[in-house]
Design a protein around this ligand. Sequence first.
Ligand code: ASP
Ligand code: MG
Length: 397
Amino acid sequence: MSVVVQKFGGSSLADLERLGRVADLVMRTRRAGHDVVVVVSAMGKATDALLTLAREAARVPGETGGSEPSRRELDMLVSTGERVSMALLSIAIRARGGDAVSLTGSQSGIFTNDRHFDARIIEVRPFRVEDELARGRIVIVAGYQGMSYRREITTLGRGGSDTTAVALAAALGAERCEIYSDVDGVYTADPRSVEDARHLPELDYATMQEMAEAGAKVLNARAVEWAEKSRIVIAARRTSDFATDGGGRETRVVPATFGRAPWTVIGAQKLALLRAAGAPQAVLAAAVEAALPLRDFTLDDGALTATISLLNAPDLARFRALAEDSPFTLEADLGQVSLVGVGVGDEPGLVARACAALPEAPRWLVASPLRLSAIVAAPAVPAAERAWHAAFVRGGA
Ligand code: ASP
Ligand code: MG
């Protein structure tokens, strides 16, 4: 029987009513004759709530500053979010007459490196999942988590359940990997900020990965990277469209598409800009020590500039303490707007036109073959998305 992997995001599991609709959808897929593996995220904003608790627990009354929670303990904590979802979904499926079993990441054979809170999957040995499928069961797997070779529980970075789903799909030789969320796929821009964004029925891996790395939220970048390596086709769908028989549209992420994909615009929040003019070596060493995910890194005449996504950087205070003696500035409360597509990086004159189109002057601008990104103040991101979409995408690039 063909294996289908279905992943459901937090918004599709936010309450028991929605979770019940997911149970119905999974049951229908099973009745259509597939072996079904379901990967779940934590319910609603459960991961954020757990992280807030951790920060509060790390505060000692009467002391200022305080420490940051250890990354290992953060993993022990946030990995529970997905366990709640997996057990409840399994219970709901059983209540509907299905035969389901829930498994944690480690039970599912997801092995990772030991970088806590931002681990990478090294290998998947899904024997237990295969055994349960052979028994005719629907297998529900807790996304976003795995186990290091030292038998420590790890998590895969925010949004990491997508990666669990694709890695499992690859290891099981699945027919496809369906990623369900509250949007029906990928658009030329986020339709919540850009009204006339167009839906994209198909995208190639390279473009999708660049979009995800620039901050597109529909799919996780590492999941796309894994899909490309193993040639797994991803279908991004809206849960509510498929909860009833009607179905709906989707974005398929495939090895290659016919014709040239349109350019897209992506906004991202929670970004910081790091600059170190004097002694970048010490600042760099501190960044490595605190496992800061530096991106778009330039070293120009001894001056270092890089962006940091604050989503997967729990050790910011530690970094500040380590780099204390070196001159650096770390500006938070920033966002980024990116133009992504084939040819963006080598289009002559694009940088000047892109700057002119922005509502305010960018703090920093970086270009790569597939992308042009401008760092702007966080509140300016939506207007910048609209401006670039109008200038470079709307009429077709
Ligand atoms: N629950 C985790 C997060 O919110 C993982 C995921 O949603 O994929 O980041
Ligand atoms: Mg989540």
